[in-house]
Ligand binder design. Structure first.
Ligand SMILES: [Zn+2]
Length: 377
């Protein structure tokens, strides 16, 4: 199994400012943990070279006026008047915004093309997964929609390709869904906290695609507090059958770690072990449906110091099919202390959410109800 790793410290320049929850350390501490476990390098996660996405590549998903706006905000963030989703709030302007965003898009594009060319079996692009960016505006911490840009480029190179995009971020993958809403060659699946309770508000099971893309959108809005059992059940009941029926050539996954019960921005109930179990299901499903080909991106995740790097390390281990020892390397624990964190001793250590039995049963019941609606159409 050869797995490409599309990351360089230059991508940490995607920094929305001090105090913003979308910390670049989420990714750099993941890369550090992988290095400290000794799985970065030839024979394991192989560094993959990439260039920034070109304007032509960006324009497959975004419009020209939006690109001009991002460049202007990037060049002079202090005098940016606002608009196009860039400004105070979720997605503030910062110097070098265009370059950093184009670099992340380039990393995801390279990850996808290398796997499709057969140079790697799988790839991991941990800074990617900026799924909320829209055609004409930034949104939800996302400037350029790297995933949609990479998939659009792959479809242009190989018009016969079929792609399954699977998004397990706590938030609905609205930007990617929008880009391929009428596209029959892309199946977009999103499991997320129900939009009635969480940003961006979309992602109802009633959204199913349009025109020639009718039936190629599957949304599974999970009730607040949905836990490992609910997610694994939704995966077996709805995700796996949909992917098998679609028969994709490759799986592109967005792995936001903000469904973790400790995440400060969401209200879900996943544990680290739950993520590991989901990743195992995803790799098995890829083996069964598309020759094991997976390109995995990062995404959200705001328990950034100690939880997100551990979840994404387990994601990389699942791609490598490599079992990591549970004891965390001392070097990594020291790095976490240096940036003000209190590191746990074990990779999978997780006390889990504290939910009373009544809530747990209600959430389980509501998950079943949602699945029946989503599967019935
Ligand atoms: Zn998210």
């Amino acid at each position: 199994m050869t797995v490409g790793f599309a990351y360089s410290p230059a991508l940490d320049a995607y920094d929305l400012g001090p105090g913003h929850p979308f910390r670049p350390e989420r990714v750099s501490l993941t890369a550090a943990l992988l290095a400290d476990y000794g799985v970065l390098g030839p024979g394991a996660l192989a560094p993959l070279t990439f260039d920034p996405a070109t304007p032509d590549a960006l324009l497959r998903v975004h419009d020209e006026e939006y690109l001009r706006a991002v460049r202007a905000a990037s060049h002079a963030p202090g005098s940016w008047p606002g608009g196009r989703g860039i400004g105070p709030g979720d997605t503030p302007a910062f110097a070098g915004m265009h370059e950093a965003s184009a670099a992340i898009a380039g990393a995801t594009c390279a990850a996808l093309s290398r796997v499709l060319e057969g140079r790697h079996d799988r790839a991991f692009a941990p800074a990617g997964g900026l799924h909320h960016a829209h055609r004409e505006r930034a949104a939800g911490f996302c400037v350029y929609n790297d995933v949609a840009i990479a998939i659009a480029a792959a479809l242009e190179r190989d018009p016969g390709l079929r792609v399954c995009y699977l998004d397990i971020d706590a938030h609905h993958g609205d930007g990617v869904q929008e880009a391929f809403y009428q596209e029959p060659r892309v199946l977009t699946i999103s499991l997320h906290e129900d939009g009635r309770y969480l940003y961006p508000g979309t992602g109802s099971w009633r959204e199913r695609g349009a025109g020639p893309g009718t039936g190629t959108v599957l949304n599974l809005p999970m009730p607040p507090y949905a836990d490992d059992r609910c997610y694994l059940y939704a995966f077996e009941q709805a995700v796996a059958p949909a992917v098998r029926a679609f028969a994709p050539g490759i799986l592109v996954t967005q792995n936001g770690a903000d469904g973790h019960w400790s995440d400060p921005l969401t209200t879900l109930g996943l544990t680290i072990q739950g993520y590991e179990a989901l990743y195992a299901r995803i790799t098995t499903l890829a083996d069964e449906t598309c020759g094991g080909r997976i390109v995995a991106c990062g995404g959200g995740g705001y328990s950034w110091l100690t939880v997100v790097p551990r979840i994404w390390t387990l994601l990389a281990a699942s791609l490598l099919e490599h079992d990591l020892p549970d004891e965390l390397p001392d070097a990594w624990r020291q790095r976490v202390r240096e940036v003000g964190g209190d590191p746990p001793t074990h990779l999978r250590h997780d006390p889990g959410p504290t939910l009373d039995d009544e809530t747990r049963e209600r959430v389980w019941h509501d998950t079943g109800l949602m699945l029946r609606q989503a599967l019935a159409g």
